[in-house]
Design a protein around this ligand. Structure first.
Ligand SMILES: [Zn+2]
Length: 246
């Protein structure tokens, strides 16, 4: 067999296959008018929204761009419109398909928004700019927080331990609630200087220690430190002795 650029071949085949799949999806959905459910539908405001027309909208999916025609209803009372099909497909508040949203959530939780955008384009062929990654990831975060708020027991329902271990990393840092003020706190960093520099923002009066420690050693040192001091708001690892710089 002659030498061929197999990477170019497989990349081109994937692109063509996905384009074909997108067209098939387009046709399948746009032929189906079952999302028209009569001249009016109940609106979230309690009134009735009236059918207006079928409207087009572009969506980003894992097989490419989709242009879908959906039945559009408009409520003159609350002046809002909606498409029942968007709700059915899980795309009523976004132009991304559920699979794309899942991809964004996965990469957005691991790398920066810009890197996420680059990875989605490079690996999945889905063009999502960094700002869209940010908005979608933050939307997912709010959904998760709300879900946890509804479905998990409040912390106040359990007695707090004497020492709270709080992890800090590049994606955020925890805030101490009022109920945690009575307890010793230990901040675990991964050795990055910036973590140590900001560790005392939420924990004023942290013990100064800049020596690199393993996670286990950090835990042990912190445990001993807090046991010795018996200071209720003491925490170890974090504050630098000199003035902090960012
Ligand atoms: Zn309404």
């Amino acid at each position: 067999m002659e030498a061929i650029d197999f990477e170019a071949l497989e990349t081109a085949l994937r692109r063509c296959t996905l384009q074909l799949a997108a067209r098939l999806l387009d046709q399948q959905f746009n032929r189906d008018h079952s999302d028209y459910q009569g001249s009016s539908l109940p609106c979230a405001c309690g009134r009735r929204a009236r059918y207006v027309e079928r409207r087009w909208k572009g969506f980003h999916s894992v097989v490419g761009e989709l242009k879908l025609e959906r039945a559009y209803y408009y409520c003159w009372e609350c002046e809002r419109g909606f498409c029942p099909r968007d709700r059915t497909l899980g795309m009523d508040a976004t132009s991304f398909s559920p699979a794309v949203v899942r991809m964004i959530g996965t990469v957005g939780a691991m790398v920066s928004f810009q890197e996420s955008s680059d990875l989605l384009t490079e690996l999945a062929g889905v063009a999502v700019d960094a700002k869209q990654v940010e908005r979608t990831a933050e939307g997912l975060g709010k959904e998760i927080a709300e879900n946890e708020r509804v479905h998990t027991e409040p912390l106040d329902a359990f007695p707090l331990p004497q020492t709270l271990h709080l992890g800090m990393d590049g994606t955020g840092r925890p805030r101490a609630g009022a109920s945690a003020e009575r307890h010793a706190r230990v901040v675990l960093g991964d050795g990055a200087v910036w973590i140590w520099n900001i560790a005392d923002d939420p924990f004023v009066g942290c013990h100064a220690d800049r020596r690199p420690l393993s996670r286990q050693a950090t835990l042990e040192r912190s445990r001993k430190s807090s046991l010795r001091s018996h200071q209720p708001t003491n925490c170890s690892v974090g504050r630098t002795p000199e003035r902090r710089t960012r």
